[in-house]
Write a protein that binds this ligand. Structure first.
Ligand code: MTE
Length: 331
């Protein structure tokens, strides 16, 4: 997220935000294949294999392999962001507001022992230890685009399973309409939770149908390994059709409620960060356009930006959740 540090509200990119252009051989091969008129089904399966083949386990953390996902839209043919970029350009304000802060500071986060309380309007509330959550369902690899509200995006191979698997287990009551996600706020290990940037803990929320949508991922790993601390270890949410801030990191509590949760960014600036925050190129942020984005690791500062896609490209899968809703009002 951007904090308004100047009167005119604009923040200029710093040198560390300028990433070198990366030529992608696979993309050229794909274009050649398209030119040859290959059938689109064959192309799609070739492209997903190609995307998966790019995923190389960096080998620094414990392995966490995921099987192939059968969820529609769970794999993209786009180039996967380099591991070093995805793990050194982060938003995790508990460890600092600069993109380079989390990788420097998040080593203090203690991820074991770790428990997650699932509570509120459910038949079977429970306090899960991490190992039990890990084993609750088979891990899958999903290659999702993550579009940050600030105008950059990445493509990350996550490992996890649909949040719906956990939701089924706790049996929500009929009056449960929303799910609130609360993330860790420990001043002993998170240096910035003593700052007043946000009203801690970081809280996010989803409507029940969004939370149970198969694309909504409870992620424990990325790039074939457990999550690095700066990316939200030991578990986080990934909601690929919403701006990145909806995907809370280092979750400690999941609460089912009948009221729309009061989320951290909405409390900080309600006119800028709505509850829905679906990626939408037609609805600008009050201080900047949302029509285009910069892909981290691919597009340098002077490179042409890419067009942002409705629902971040997941419209076929999630568009019907918002049928009849005014997306300008419900931003
Ligand atoms: N979760 C917590 N607890 N604290 C944060 O500051 N930042 C959000 C989201 N989850 C954030 C968070 C924002 S703004 C984004 S864009 C994504 O995490 C970034 O995830 P990444 O660093 O893994 O790319």
């Amino acid at each position: 997220m951007l904090i308004q540090t100047r009167r005119d509200g604009f923040i200029h990119p710093v040198a560390s935000e300028i990433t070198p252009r990366d030529t992608y051989l696979g993309r050229r091969d794909l274009l050649r294949l398209m030119a040859s008129g290959a059938a689109s089904a064959a192309l799609a399966s070739w492209a997903s294999r190609e995307a998966l083949a790019q995923v190389q386990r960096p080998g620094k953390l414990a392995a966490l392999a995921g099987g192939k996902s059968a969820v529609a839209g769970a794999v993209t043919m786009e180039k996967v962001t380099e591991y070093k970029d995805a793990t050194s350009y982060n938003n995790f304000y508990e460890f600092g507001t600069d993109k380079a802060d989390p990788v420097k500071n998040a080593h203090t986060l203690k991820t074991s022992p770790w428990t997650v309380e699932v509570e509120g309007l459910v038949k079977k509330p429970a306090k899960y230890v991490l190992d039990d959550l890990l084993k609750l369902s088979a891990q899958e690899e999903r290659i999702y685009r993550l579009r940050c509200v600030e105008g950059w995006s990445m493509v990350i191979p996550w490992v996890g399973y649909s949040l719906s698997k956990l939701i089924e287990k706790v049996e929500p009551l009929g009056n449960a309409k929303f799910v609130e996600f609360v993330t860790l706020a420990d001043p002993k290990t998170m240096p910035y939770v003593t700052s007043r940037v946000l009203d801690w803990p970081y809280v996010e929320g989803l409507r029940m149908d969004e939370a149970t949508h198969p694309l909504t991922l409870l992620a424990f790993g990325m790039y074939g390994e457990v999550l690095p601390n700066q990316n939200g270890a030991p578990l986080r949410l990934v909601v690929p059709w919403k701006y990145g801030f909806k995907s809370g990191k280092s979750l400690v509590r999941i609460r089912f409620t009948d009221r729309e949760p009061k989320t951290a960014w909405n409390k900080a600036a309600a006119n800028e960060y709505g509850f829905y925050s679906n990626v939408n190129p037609n609805v600008d942020h009050p201080r900047w356009s949302q029509a285009t984005e910069r892909r981290i690791g691919e597009d340098g500062l002077f490179a042409k930006k890419r067009k942002t896609l409705m629902f971040n490209g997941y419209e076929a899968q999630v568009g019907q959740l918002y049928a009849g809703m005014d997306l300008k009002k419900n931003y």
